[in-house]
Write a protein that binds this ligand. Structure first.
Ligand SMILES: Cc1cc2nc3c(=O)[nH]c(=O)nc-3n(C[C@H](O)[C@H](O)[C@H](O)COP(=O)(O)OP(=O)(O)OC[C@H]3O[C@@H](n4cnc5c(N)ncnc54)[C@H](O)[C@@H]3O)c2cc1C
Length: 375
């Protein structure tokens, strides 16, 4: 990255990505006093919406799409929606678009997010461990509103469903399929949610899932027949359009602690690998995208005077009648201490992390724990 703290304030900023990171960056630029030309490019041809809702309320609520749209913004940017950035020329400071136009900039925010990882070639034949439908094309994945609408339409007729992937997204999809009345099986590499949340929360949510009727199989088990296969096996960053720009280091978009790739280019959200104690890494979470975007936009205007990003991991999930909100270092090791418990909620704590668990349907393990706390 170009060093030095003297930054010439940009007059034309282009934001690529119309998700929460891109929109937060645009709002922050205005809040920081940027009054120049602002253009947002987004390849989804619709107003921005809440992505986390896709695997939660949206799988359940049939009619109410509007309530998931993000509130209108007053950043006053030109929004080019349904338009994709296809290349970046950092020397001439131009973003190339798929409609043949080029957008000049003197400040660029890269916020193009990520897309679902697809199972490999073995999925096409259904021969590999834990692979999905007979043909790869049959498997759905969930990343955008169209995916969610397609999934909702498919599960409305109550097909048998195989979900591949035992992370938070796979478990939420399985929960939505069960709610819709589908016979649902989930295949997971190791216990679901163990890697993300640790043993205690994993056990709790798996108990709740089994009680609701979820069948859980190891990823190397023979693949059960299913009418519908949904994969949730991770994601890959949308950085192909940066391929010839020279900005990808080791195939990744690595930024500094202020989100800078270079002085005139910043990045935030799911696409960007920020410094961490384990080296540069992406943190594909909603609140991380917001916090990174604030830092990156400020750095575009103020350089080294901007406050660096400090990770404050926060995560939530809703599944199988439980809602979990967790802050701090996850996965959490060992059993937590119960800080507080009521009839339908429990607050637990580990060294370095805490979680609030609310439940519509109590799980025996949780009830025992909360009752102990209340007593
Ligand atoms: C179903 C689902 C549920 C989730 N649930 C949770 C949750 O409960 N809690 C949580 O913390 N996080 C959750 N997440 C993760 C969270 O939604 C993401 O971390 C967050 O949306 C990232 O925001 P972003 O702006 O970086 O990327 P995105 O939201 O992906 O936005 C990037 C936008 O840029 C567009 N784009 C990509 N390439 C280009 C291009 N070349 N040109 C123009 N536009 C482009 C994309 O289409 C997209 O519209 C969930 C994600 C999904 C998919």
């Amino acid at each position: 990255m170009t060093s030095g703290s003297v930054v010439s304030r940009p007059r034309r900023v282009v934001v690529v990505g119309h998700g929460i990171a891109g929109l937060t960056a645009a709002d922050t630029l205005r809040a920081e006093g940027f009054d120049g030309e602002l253009t947002i490019v987004g390849d989804e041809p619709r107003p921005a919406y809440s992505r986390p809702a896709l695997s939660k309320a949206l799988l359940r609520d049939i009619d109410d799409l509007a309530s998931h749209t993000l509130p209108p913004s007053d950043h006053g940017a030109v929004e080019l929606l349904g338009v994709r950035a296809t290349a970046l020329d950092v020397g001439r400071r131009r973003v190339v678009l798929d409609d043949g136009e080029t957008l000049p900039y003197d400040g660029l925010v890269v916020a193009s997010g990520c897309r679902p990882r697809r199972l490999g070639a073995e999925a096409a034949t259904g021969t590999g461990p834990g692979t999905g439908a007979g043909r790869r094309d049959d498997a759905l994945a969930l990343r955008n509103l169209d995916d969610a609408l397609a999934l909702r339409e498919r599960i409305a007729s109550r097909p048998s469903v195989l979900v591949i992937g035992g992370g938070p997204l796979g478990m939420e999809i399985a929960s939505g399929c069960l709610d819709a009345g589908c016979d649902t099986t989930l295949m997971s590499l190791g216990p679901p949610l163990l890697d993300q949340l640790g043993r205690w929360l994993s056990d709790l949510l798996v108990d709740a899932a089994r009680a609701r009727g979820l069948r859980i199989l190891p990823a190397d088990a023979p693949r059960p027949p299913a009418d519908l296969v949904v994969t949730a096996v991770g994601d890959v960053p949308n950085d192909a359009w940066l391929g010839s720009s020279g900005l990808l280091g080791g195939g990744r978009l690595v930024v500094d602690s202020r989100g800078r790739v270079r002085q005139d280019v910043v990045a935030a959200g799911d696409v960007a690998a920020f410094p961490s104690t384990d080296g540069p890494r992406r943190t594909p979470l909603w609140t991380s995208a917001i916090e990174q975007a604030r830092v990156a936009a400020a750095a575009l205007l103020r350089g080294d005077d901007a406050v660096p990003y400090r990770a404050r991991p926060y995560f939530w999930t809703e599944q199988f009648g439980l809602s979990v909100k967790a802050a701090g270092v996850m996965p959490a090791a060992g059993d937590p201490v119960v800080v507080d418990g009521t009839g339908d909620a429990c607050l637990v704590q580990w060294p370095g992390a805490a979680a609030a668990v609310n439940y519509r349907i109590p799980v025996p393990r949780l009830r025992r724990l909360c009752e102990t706390a209340v007593a």
